[in-house]
Design a protein around this ligand. Structure first.
Ligand code: MRU
Length: 393
């Protein structure tokens, strides 16, 4: 069975699976310009920190490949690329992968300038350097996710002395699978790896109100992959932990990250913080799966993270496929219904920040980071260059 693909790319062509139509309909949109990418990201047709960065980077690669850059000098080409990236940066404010990708892409372009400025075809070399760097982001993300899956599964196996006779059950929140990344996934990648190694007893996923990434996307991926799984509402997590406390049957909560800052504080989908508090109360390990592209060393604590606030209709209305009187789902008919008095005031932060002290491990593609004796995470081992450039010890 083919794995789910949110992003299909070949040079000059980018197709993005419209996640607003899932799980009922599989429709790919062609995304060929920065404007189309901006709209795709802003409207949440693509979501998840790594996927957002990849779509932004590749959409600009496609427009460059198709001749959008009319610059006549290398300097003009650089200004054009930088201004398109600065525009894409404004599409969503919390996930840091996009910002890290932009920094990397600008550096690749700068390096091409340094190498080729005197060359008559320097402009073409600059465009080629950008396209190559953007394509690398896609390839590297898949590699990273596979490593995160392996490191996370190994860490959990060690914590619980897990094996085929002693399997682990886990709870996850939001969507962190193939749909949120280039493939395999981060937190869902660990679950996938546990399952592949015959170490997974059961995966629980939360609905993830208000936008339902869990029920719409994660439960779809879990069913698609044949992973033994159960959907719960966000408010059922405490009851689930309490039910399993005696048997220690829930081994871990595994979540992704939109941004991990220098001290380990982690912004992720709203509801993550509540799960971390519940997990600590019930003695359940709390694990964050984050590629180093989701780590922001420049921001010292979670207080520095800008949290996106979204429109009130995400709470007061809901849309989905129509259920026929016989119980079958008609994917071709959708309906939007009101589920609250439309006059009520609403607060709708899309993310929250889990303080580092509630997190037991942060799994990156370079290895699993745990807190040192000072109670802090230290990322110098997993990202030595960026750490040395930013952190003056
Ligand atoms: O608002 P979204 O749907 O883009 O949020 C997605 C999440 O919060 C994910 O949990 C996060 O990006 C983790 S990364 C795989």
């Amino acid at each position: 069975m083919a794995t789910l693909e949110a992003i299909k790319y070949s040079r000059g062509k980018l197709l993005v699976l419209d996640q607003l139509r899932l799980p009922h309909e599989h429709h790919y949109d062609e995304v060929s310009t920065s404007e189309e990418a901006f709209d795709c990201i802003r409207s949440m047709r693509v979501r998840g920190a790594p996927a957002i960065a990849i779509v932004a980077a590749l959409a600009h690669a496609v427009e460059l490949h198709n001749g959008s850059c009319t610059a006549t000098s290398p300097d003009e080409a650089v200004s054009y690329i930088n201004s398109r990236l600065d525009y894409l940066r404004e599409s969503r404010p919390t996930a840091v992968d996009l910002f890290n990708a932009i920094t990397l892409l600008k550096a690749a372009v700068r390096a091409a300038v340094v190498e080729g400025l005197a060359h008559p075809e320097a402009k073409d070399a600059i465009l080629a350097a950008y396209i190559e760097a953007a394509e690398n982001i896609l390839a590297k993300d898949l590699e990273n996710n596979t490593s995160i899956g392996a490191f996370g599964a190994a860490w959990l196996q060690e914590q619980y002395s897990a094996g085929p006779e002693r399997k682990i059950s886990v709870l996850t929140h939001c969507n962190t699978g193939s749909l949120a990344t280039s493939g395999h996934g981060t937190a869902l990648g660990i679950i996938r790896s546990l399952h592949a190694q015959n170490l997974l007893q059961h995966a629980y996923c939360t609905e993830t109100r208000p936008y339902n990434q869990g029920s719409r996307l994660t439960s779809f991926e879990l069913v698609y992959e044949g992973i033994p799984s159960t959907l719960i509402t966000d408010s059922m997590a405490g009851a689930l932990f309490a039910l399993h406390r005696e048997s220690s049957n829930i081994g871990a909560v595994i979540v992704g990250a939109d941004r991990v800052v220098r001290n380990g504080d982690t912004a992720n989908k709203i509801g993550t913080y509540s799960l971390a508090v519940l997990a600590r109360h019930h003695g359940v390990k709390f694990v964050v799966a984050a590629p180093t592209t989701s780590i922001d060393l420049e921001t010292q604590t979670g207080a520095g993270i800008k949290i996106e606030e979204r429109k009130k209709e995400e709470l007061t209305q809901i849309s989905g496929a129509v259920v026929n009187p016989d119980g079958s789902v008609d994917a071709r008919k959708t309906a939007r219904v009101a589920i609250a008095d439309q006059r009520i005031g609403v607060w709708n932060p899309a993310f929250d920040v889990t303080p580092h002290d509630l997190i037991d491990a942060i799994v990156t593609e370079k290895g699993t980071v745990v807190k040192g004796p000072d109670g802090h995470f230290n990322f110098s081992q997993v990202m030595p260059d960026r750490w040395a450039a930013i952190v003056k010890e």
